[in-house]
Design a protein. Sequence first.
Lengths: 192, 232
Amino acid sequence: MGATGILMTLGLTPSQTVGPFLAIGLTWADGPAVVPAGSPGAIRISGQVFDGTGSPVPDAIIETWQADAQGRFAHPDDPRPDSTSTFRGFGRCATDDEGVYAIVTVKPGPLPTGDGRTEAPHIDVSIFARGLLDRLVTRIYFPDEPEANGDDPLLRSLPQSERDTLIAVFDGENLRFDIRLQGPDETAFFEL
Amino acid sequence: MSISTRRAHPPNDSPDYQSSRLRAPKQPLRVLPGRLGELTAPLLAGETVGALDNDLTRQHDAEPLGERITISGRVLDEDGDPVSGALIEVWQANAAGRYAHRSDQHPAPLDPNFSGAGRCLTDADGGYRFVTIKPGAYPWRNHPNAWRPAHVHFSVFSPAFAQRLVTQMYFPGDPLFGQDPIFNAVSGDDAGQRLVARWSLELTEPEWSLGFAWDIVVAGREATPLDDDAPG
Ligand SMILES: [Fe+2]
């Protein structure tokens, strides 16, 4: 215990930017394939990352984390007794010269909040880029879940204009989710 | 439950760092309560990490040029508990301060024997170790005659999404700290010093290489979020 009676903790290591050369260290050949293309229920989610002038950001990397189609995580801290998921759940894709990223995944199931509510199906997203000293965190929600989205505690906590930035849009068979780092249609970002 | 990581991290709105000006969000960050998806993360301990992936000096036919070094330490959470099975990925410039990347225009030589990327998993005590060469400082265009202090980029996956960390490790006594807006965006000398490795006699191998010790501290984790009422 410290002098104030507060449990002593170690100081956190601060974040620093990934810089422009992140591709050297963070590229995975199978990064964008949360599931192999052509898997049952596979969907493609793609989008562009834009800066405050509306220019594409060609040196960002997107990471995604999500539950499986049943809303389960392959993780010991998913405490539900029937959680036997082996789903990787993780995706990673650097943006290309046009600022475009894409992942192939399945739509996750809804999640319990722990206080009796339900989170609508969603994907947690981290964005790293030159110019960002700390990652940005956002979420992708699904456009075919208006009811679940309407009950989602996080979406409900936001003004409508920000809520709209978190819901992917249909793009033919696929989904599109653009990320605007700055500007009038700035994506809603979160702190944890 | 909350994992509040923001207090240690530099604000994205740090205009001395020019690249942040058009990329840092202008709206305040909203709060994302830590729920199941934020308290879990990919378990990458099973990732294929080759035995030599943590040795950046042995990825080619010959050794890279430069000052051979070992960087070693532990990944801990803020309660001091080791984070085992954490995937660490590193990347860096070569000894001349040049990255093996098509966009790096610094007119310093590439080293055919240095790619500059490595990875490893932490052991049961949270320990990790990399063998590499000391990266060179390099110029950039943030302000007139701007130079980045020598650094190694580190990416760390821990067992919770909220603990995800990407950062840079610096070397002790670097004269370039004072003019670097990335290093100085971290508020508080204490926090900044946590990015600086310590030269270590123990990690220094006689007649072979210098050693640097650097521990990485990620946010702590509390009880699982559904303890109270675990629904099906
Ligand atoms: Fe760098």
